[in-house]
Write a protein of this length. Structure first.
Lengths: 330, 376
């Protein structure tokens, strides 16, 4: 408990575990806040909490997930992420080795993305009052001039683009939580998407209406949110939606629909139809968008339904999931 | 995905649909009941209704374990779970089913009852072994598909000398329910031309139990797999039987079902369970000889005996039409709660809770077919 009390032990913890991994000029100042210069323009800001269980999963852990997730929330505005902050709630007795692993993974994700964690905080709570570690983050970024993406911008006739196969993150989490093994290991798709977004914005930014990363609730929830915000319907083609065979098999076994399963490294873009070829080309040229596909279109619909032509040839609704499919997935 | 995609092939679906259209007699109307919620779900999820001609009407049957469990049994389970000694293990589907006085297992859990979601009976056994100071009760529901695993758990508990494990048994019998639907008269009678017969249930009990029903009521039964092409093909086979005046048991699901079924599973069930004199079903009411209880020699594993449980009848929300929907008398859209007060987020009746329930399937996948209710 003494590690959260603000005394020498606390300073030691921060010095030993966080600073070496997350080192940058802002943290090095040792102040209670980070100070930096910004250019004028349109900024975005976001905040997010991470309570994923288990803390370590195939393809990532809570540390890398916190960096990627926060960056992606900024990037979905078309923005370039600049700075992150992170605060840690630790459960008393949480192993230092695990914390060091999380800090290292966070540092690596932050360096790879080129987005520093410039301020942080640590609190310790009694055993049983948290589950290992919870992380909450904030982030800010700059939106390039001329880009104004928002969930209410989808218009009938627009197309729906998806950056890659769906369901990897949710199934990776489930595979370790339910002790399932599928022969081949399914890795979380957790990744920072700002590079992909920048490539899309550079290529056909004017044709972009909005972007979203389909995290909790999956593609189904994200598209329903968009349909509601924009007052439109969306019509998908099941055959066009990429799903890895292992993920499809796992979903089959668990009785899940991949459309409801969480992703942490995919984006959905709604775009004007004439921009679609250039956007798809830009996406496929980026390592995180190789399997990008056009999966449907925006239609007029007063009911704001998301519908799908099934691979079998019939029609159906793609609905929100009632209740939670799996708690604490991110 | 191998062994799955083959049964979801759009080209084969179109050719089966064409055959059904061609063979359905002009002017005739066919009403088939898919007994199982698994079939109901497949029909909705793959949009099979869009492929069938209007002459064919699919009626959703009572084969949804969560749906047919009456409120009184859930009330009893909640009362048991509130006993501080007890850990109640249940399948996730049951958590949200509305019980009396606005409660549910989920609410009881939030209020502090030790209720845990499990994926199998063996998970419950493992909890009992790991926590010997707890009274671990498995809330067993389902038709013959889920009955053998419960039997195996009881046998294993006996073999391993577990003294803190018991089962609240609510297992029910498919053929008896089919018979109950066919013998219901008066305004609750359902006109049926045949059954799409159970898939997983039939892997256990085989096709033989349907033969007597088919012959006695002169209704064709086609046992069908849960994949959409299975359903389409079995509908074609039913149309042919009706057209030819036949009433036979046919097995479309030969890759998994035999005439005699799984005899090891049947033996385990016979070892552990005896037939109850009568059991209450949501929708069908009290049906004689329609459910199972533990045999006296396994009485110490029977939660009803062990805790002296009482399971009084309790009534559903009076506006809820789950009962009539489970009998096939009404369609989900004919319930005035459907899609208004009752949605998957705020279910008023069990049929809106389970993914196998007729209301949940129709709401989740098919509500775009409700032109009368479309917002203007």
């Amino acid at each position: 408990m003494s590690h959260g009390a603000g005394g020498r032990a606390m300073a030691q913890l921060i010095a030993d575990i966080f600073h070496p991994e997350l080192a940058n000029e802002y943290l090095a100042q040792g102040n209670d806040q980070a100070a930096f210069e910004v250019a004028g323009g349109r900024m975005v800001m976001t905040t997010d909490g991470y309570v994923v269980s288990p803390l370590f999963f195939p393809g990532g852990d809570i540390g890398s997930l916190a960096v990627h997730g926060t960056i992606n929330d900024l990037a979905m505005a078309g923005a370039w992420p600049l700075y992150l902050t992170a605060s840690f709630i630790l459960e008393e007795g949480f192993p230092f080795a695990d914390l060091a692993r999380i800090a290292a993974s966070m540092g690596r994700a932050s360096r790879e993305a080129g987005v520093p964690v410039v301020a942080g905080d640590t609190k310790v709570v009694e055993r049983g009052k948290a589950d290992g570690v919870f992380i909450s983050t904030a982030g800010i970024g700059m939106v390039p001039p001329g880009i104004r993406l928002s969930g209410d911008q989808a218009r009938p006739g627009d197309v729906v683009l998806l950056s890659g196969p769906i369901g990897d993150h949710g199934v990776a989490i489930m595979s370790c939580r339910e002790n399932l093994s599928f022969g081949t290991e399914i890795l979380s798709d957790s990744a920072a998407l700002h590079g992909l977004v920048a490539a899309m914005v550079a290529r056909a930014g004017a044709g972009l209406r909005l972007m979203r990363d389909p995290t909790r609730g999956g593609v189904a929830a994200t598209l329903n949110e968009i349909a509601n915000q924009s007052g439109v319907g969306i019509l998908l083609s099941e055959a066009a939606i990429p799903v890895r065979p292992q993920v499809a098999a796992a979903c089959e076994l668990l009785g899940l629909d991949p459309l409801n399963v969480a992703n942490e490294g995919r984006l959905i873009a709604i775009a004007a139809p004439e921009a679609a070829p250039a956007l798809l080309e830009a996406m496929r040229a980026h390592p995180l968008g190789v399997d990008a596909a056009l999966i449907g279109e925006v239609v007029e619909d007063a009911d704001r339904f998301v519908q799908m032509t099934t691979g079998f040839g019939g029609g159906r609704i793609v609905d929100w999931l009632a209740g939670e499919q799996l708690p604490r997935i991110c | 995905m191998k062994y799955v995609d083959e049964y979801r092939d759009a080209a084969r679906a179109r050719s089966l649909a064409a055959a059904i259209r061609a063979e359905a007699a002009p002017g005739a109307a066919y009403a088939f009941m898919e007994f199982c919620g698994g079939h109901t779900h497949a029909i909705s999820r793959y949009g099979i209704e869009d492929l069938l001609p209007p002459a064919i009407r699919m009626i959703h049957g009572p084969g949804c374990p969560v749906c047919v469990l009456p409120v009184g049994r859930i009330d009893a389970a909640i009362a048991l779970a509130r006993d501080p000694r007890v850990t109640l293990c249940t399948y996730a589907d049951l958590m949200r089913v509305p019980a009396s006085r606005g409660t549910s297992l989920q609410r009881a859990k939030a209020e502090g009852a030790d209720i845990r979601m499990v994926y199998s009976t063996l998970d419950a056994l493992a909890i009992a072994a790991a926590e010997p100071e707890r009274e671990v009760v498995f809330f067993a529901i389902g038709f013959e598909t889920t009955t053998p695993p419960t039997a195996v758990a009881v046998q294993r508990a006996q073999r391993e000398g577990l003294t803190n494990f018991s089962v609240f048994c609510n297992h029910v019998l498919t053929p008896v329910a089919m018979r109950a639907i066919l013998t219901t008269g008066g305004e609750d009678a359902v006109r049926l031309d045949g059954f799409v017969g159970p898939a997983h249930v039939s892997t256990v009990i085989g096709t033989a139990p349907y033969e007597e029903i088919s012959a006695e009521f002169h209704k064709p039964v086609v046992v069908a797999g849960f994949e959409p092409l299975d359903v389409m093909q079995s509908i074609l086979l039913l149309v042919r039987q009706v057209n030819e005046g036949r009433a036979e048991v046919e097995n479309q699901y030969i890759r998994a079902v035999t005439q005699a079924g799984n005899q090891r599973a049947q033996a385990a069930m016979a070892d552990v369970f005896a037939i109850r004199d009568r059991f209450e079903w949501r929708g069908l009411g009290w049906v004689p000889l329609s459910a199972l209880r533990l045999r006296p020699e396994y009485a110490r594993f029977d939660a009803e005996e062990r805790f002296g449980m009482e399971t009084p009848s309790a009534s559903d929300n009076p506006a809820c039409e789950c009962g009539a929907i489970l009998r096939g008398v009404k369609r989900p859209v004919e319930c005035r709660l459907f899609g208004t007060a009752c949605t998957p987020e705020t279910p008023m009746g069990s049929c809106m809770v389970s993914s196998e329930g007729a209301c949940a399937a129709h709401w989740t996948y098919g509500r775009f077919r409700m032109p009368a209710r479309r917002a203007s």
